[in-house]
Design a protein around this ligand. Sequence first.
Ligand SMILES: *[C@@H]1O[C@H](CO)[C@@H](O)[C@H](O)[C@H]1NC(C)=O
Ligand SMILES: *[C@@H]1O[C@H](CO)[C@@H](O)[C@H](O)[C@H]1NC(C)=O
Ligand SMILES: *[C@@H]1O[C@H](CO)[C@@H](O)[C@H](O)[C@H]1NC(C)=O
Ligand SMILES: *[C@@H]1O[C@H](CO)[C@@H](O)[C@H](O)[C@H]1NC(C)=O
Ligand SMILES: *[C@@H]1O[C@H](CO)[C@@H](O)[C@H](O)[C@H]1NC(C)=O
Length: 556
Amino acid sequence: NGKYLLLPSMLLALYWLRWQHRSVVEVTNEPILEFKQGSPERAALQKALNNLKGKTEAIPCMVGGEEVWTSDIRYQLSPFNHSHKVAKFCYADKDLLNKAINAALAVRKEWDLRPIQDRAQIFFKAADMLSGPRRAEVLAKAMIGQGKTVIQAEIDAAAELIDFFRFNAKYAVELESSQPLSVPSSTNSMVYRGLEGFVAAVSPFNFTAIGGNLAGTPALMGNVVLWKPSDTALLSSFAVYRILLEAGLPPNVIQFVPADGPVFGDTVTSSEYFCGLNFTGSVPTFKRLWKQVSENLDRYRTFPRLAGECGGKNFHFVHSSADVPSVVNGTLRSAFEYSGQKCSACSRLYAPDSLWPQIKEKLLEEHGKIKVGDPAQDFGTFFSAVIDDKSFARIKKWLQHAKTSPNLSILAGGNCDDTVGYFIEPCIVESKDPKDPIMEEEIFGPVLTVFVYPEKQYKEILQLIDTTSPYGLTGAVFAQDKNVIQEARKLLRNAAGNFYINDKSTGAVVAQQPFGGSRASGERPGSPHYLLRWTSPQAIKETHVPLRDWKYAYML
Ligand SMILES: *[C@@H]1O[C@H](CO)[C@@H](O)[C@H](O)[C@H]1NC(C)=O
Ligand SMILES: *[C@@H]1O[C@H](CO)[C@@H](O)[C@H](O)[C@H]1NC(C)=O
Ligand SMILES: *[C@@H]1O[C@H](CO)[C@@H](O)[C@H](O)[C@H]1NC(C)=O
Ligand SMILES: *[C@@H]1O[C@H](CO)[C@@H](O)[C@H](O)[C@H]1NC(C)=O
Ligand SMILES: *[C@@H]1O[C@H](CO)[C@@H](O)[C@H](O)[C@H]1NC(C)=O
């Protein structure tokens, strides 16, 4: 009878092997769902949104595998209805952070020794959970907590996060298979070790995917992590954290520690075991952390790795040969989606005088149709409130600047109202001065400034674009003329890490437009080489030929 069982069990074994190595099988980008009327995903999302109505979730710190509360209680408010407290949480203090460091270090060796295949499976599993049963929950939490519309939540908390988990897991497994040459006399191999210490991950509010990835990628590579999520994205961050645990991540690998920024920074950078920082946020904060690291350099057991992504001042350059509808609709999306709170949002538009009347007319016409409101009540909302009172106050100042500066005129919008939520109308400003601060500094809100230039001077304008801001994140060129595109590519080579031709400056997809970045923008994730930052490769040589001499031939 044995031989009848042999074939099925061999097939089973083969299948099992293939499943174990399924990252070798192609990984593709997660499809973006449409949420049309009557679709199952829409029904699931609506149900999840209803579940959150009026609710306040209690979110503890997770340290040493346990839920911990301190007395420093905080709340996360819904941006479009600030009387709705969506989460109650607490700040970890210095003591608790030090406990978290020790708890993480206690499991480091074991975690680092786990085969990469095992670690990768956890991330594949988490991606499958996000893609299926947990999608609606995480989307709803990103919508209510971070003020995202359906599509903005979908491309972030579902699609991008799933892509990060799957592609990084695949890249990690592939990295393992990139091995050095072996020769008859020796076998050589590379071991990709986690860093010897802990990695601190500081994530921003604007992308749920970044939070999961900032903490997740170093963990995938065998590191232990202290994750400080953003105060204004706790609800979705904690959901992602729980999904990772349910997918099999051992509890101590990532410690979940909301905290005051400076307290967190001071505590982690003063530990001798600090070995890496994965940061997304502002330039001043990143510089401050970098300085602290350099001051503490003598303490560390290893040179810490610092990776930071720090914002942008992204441009749309329009040449007179451009396709006007693409310019208009691309600019509306890029400047105003998610209230301009993306690192890649377009905030300066350079238009030739010959096309400007046409562009302006359409821009204003479409602007009038933009709905700003509650994205959970009304799916027709194009964008919602900005994240919090601080953002609101900062952007309001820019609106004030636009109203009072003689070089600036507001073409549309300009009002804001924070009685219910932190609402800011989409605002289009025209500037007569291409060096006005509004054209140079990051605003991080729904404010677009246009500079109209004499058509013939486009080369000077390309140079101007290159030298206007300290950032170098994203930018777009709209032109049908191939020579102009070539010129723009040369002149703007260092002005953008993600460069778009006849497309808007936002919307990079993992593995398709692996994210770049330069100058004060820092670096951005999205490609295999980022993984190398969180690993410490070890080369091992095993010799098969016994050494029988210490003298060399020429000496005899
Ligand atoms: C805002 O949230 C509060 C508390 O959950 C609720 O009572 C109120 O109805 C909400 N307001 C709006 C405009 O949705
Ligand atoms: C740092 O965080 C980003 C998220 O912004 C993540 O995608 C990236 O992989 C991390 N960097 C490294 C080197 O792991
Ligand atoms: C832009 O998009 C709108 C609606 O999505 C469409 O009606 C319009 O024709 C498009 N083109 C221009 C130039 O605005
Ligand atoms: C997210 O927001 C932070 C500011 O909190 C900014 O520095 C960063 O560039 C943004 N990242 C993305 C991907 O939008
Ligand atoms: C207005 O712009 C001109 C350059 O175009 C500049 O010299 C002047 O200082 C600006 N005025 C203000 C108030 O910024």
